[in-house]
Design a protein around this ligand. Sequence first.
Ligand SMILES: [Zn+2]
Length: 253
Amino acid sequence: MSADAIEILGAVEAAGPMVVTCEHAGRLVPPPLVVSEADAAWLATHWGWDIGAADVARALIQHTGSVGVLARYSRLVCDPNRDPSNPTWIRERLEEGGRAHDLSFNQDLGEAERQRRLTRYHQPYHDTIDALLARRLLLGADVLLFSVHSFTPLFGDEQRLMEIGVLFDHYEAEAVRLADGLAEQGFTVAMNEPYSGRKGLMYAVHRHGTHHGVAHLEIEIRHDLLHSPQACEDVGTRIARALEVLGIGRAQS
Ligand SMILES: [Zn+2]
């Protein structure tokens, strides 16, 4: 059910400075889809979800008194951070480092199944962001739409050395200030790395930020920094402090 596939964090009426989104928070593959043993091995990796991202989002929401939404279904069911017209919205095949796997639950999908996933998973998630943002804007326009993700330190042969990437499209000045704040918190930061926010890869916050005319950024955290709940809490706290340079965020500790 779509209600299980989506989780709202914080109070819907929260007046905090952000609406936080986490498109790859979980790795649920709800029935009637069936996961094979080989699928499960890939689902457990960064292909299935963003390891640690949900816990960082929780910490950020708590520290800033904000509201947020998590997509708990796997991006491999359908990716809430891609436009449904994008070929990677539903992936049939995963490939990395010379290995490949055909996902059993994504083979030979008909239009009806694609439509079912759109209606049951993709659209409710985006409707929730839209509703939370609209409600938050009634309380005052100073809001940042902020998306939290994590990335794998080693992708095939590519070693990624930055600890945090700040992704942006229209809001470069805000992105630079956030990056400065993150560097002050001791993180190694890169701009629009390991992916560019200008290539349709921050679809969710771009879509809703543009629609509502609010600043929107995405953050990518290297997931070896998020190896335990305590580590996620610590990283979330430091990001909340860094957000203070944007004039938003109220870190409690
Ligand atoms: Zn992600």
